[in-house]
Design a binder for this molecule. Structure first.
Ligand SMILES: Cc1ncc(C[n+]2csc(CCOP(=O)(O)OP(=O)(O)O)c2C)c(N)n1
Ligand code: SF4
Ligand SMILES: [Mg+2]
Length: 290
């Protein structure tokens, strides 16, 4: 009997759900790059989970034929932490928007970076809250008018790439949803990285930031210089908050023990102590009369 190995194609990862994003939304580019990256790596859908919070971008898990969960606002990385710790062999991909990841989920982002959690996090940065109809986000450039800052955003913006490098992520890249080839390659390398891999994707919201965003961003984009040393943290940081320039590519990439590596011995010690405790056993340590 011969066993035929079926080769998965980008389309193999599509679900029957059709994306409800506005025509021209940058998130289509991110989804397609993810399908291509998954096919390139031949990711096993039964061994992969895609998790998100809430937002237009956070609808993405519904369009990917793996395990997945569209959870609550700002909590993609808390779920990712739980799944990866419980099932270290699973490929965990968290996705979401700039509001989800930098505002309500900002705290979780910082700690996922610091822990060097072994997951890939793709942030679709449209510099706005899209789902709730156009309010200012932490990434909205200073001075830009939005539905909630009619006279121009008075706040300084955060650069998620700078935050990721500063707080301990070991793979940090920036991509553009309009550059499919580079983005696919960045996602492939992020998934292959052992540790917290962060890809900040400039992904225009044509409805609340305007169609001109593609042109505005394209003007600013340039590929990271070939002679950049991605292990040089200060050099990587220099590519953040650049004036009128957005450098794309892998800015930072180092090899450090991931959280999964750091707790491997704990797992072994626990196993050596006998059968795993039940939920009741655990509760009884807090409430002896339970
Ligand atoms: C606890 C909580 N607070 C606020 C909201 C409302 N809310 C839903 S999505 C969102 C922001 C979405 O922006 P972003 O994460 O950037 O995603 P986008 O829609 O731009 O892709 C907000 C504030 C919510 N759902 N839950
Ligand atoms: S509102 Fe913006 S982010 Fe949401 S689907 Fe439409 S274009 Fe995309
Ligand atoms: Mg957004």
């Amino acid at each position: 009997m011969s066993t035929e190995v079926v080769k998965l194609k980008p389309g193999s990862y599509k679900t029957d759900l059709k994306p409800v994003w506005c025509p021209g939304c940058g998130d289509f580019g991110v989804l397609n790059a993810l399908y291509r990256a998954m096919a390139q790596l031949q990711l096993e859908p039964w061994n992969t989970v895609v998790l998100s919070g809430i937002g237009c971008s956070s609808r993405l898990p519904g369009y990917v034929a793996t395990y997945g969960f569209n959870s609550v606002h700002g909590r993609a990385l808390t779920l990712a932490t739980g799944v990866k710790i419980a099932r270290p062999e699973t490929i965990v991909i968290a996705v979401g928007g700039d509001g989800d990841g930098m505002a309500i989920g900002g705290n979780h982002f910082m700690h996922a970076c610091r822990r060097n959690l072994d997951v890939t996090y793709i942030l679709m940065d449209n510099e706005i809250y899209g789902l709730t109809k156009g309010q200012t986000a932490p990434t909205t450039p200073t001075g830009d008018k939005t539905k909630s800052s009619f006279y121009g955003n008075p706040e300084p913006a955060v650069d998620p790439v700078e935050l990721a490098i500063s707080t301990g992520a070991t793979f940090v890249a920036r991509g553009f949803s309009g550059d499919m080839k580079t983005l696919t390659n960045l996602i492939v390398q992020a998934i292959q990285h052992r540790g917290f891999a962060f890809v900040n994707v400039m992904s225009p919201c044509v409805t609340f930031r305007g169609e001109s965003q593609y042109g505005i961003l394209k003007e600013k984009l340039r590929l990271v210089p070939e002679d950049h040393d991605p292990t040089d943290r200060l050099a990587a940081l220099a590519f953040t908050r650049e004036k009128d320039v957005l450098t794309t590519g892998i800015l930072y990439n180092v090899d450090e023990p991931s959280l999964v590596d750091r707790i491997a011995h704990v797992r072994e010690l626990a196993k050596a102590q006998g059968p795993e405790p039940t939920v009741k056993d655990i509760l009884q340590t807090f409430f002896p009369s339970f």
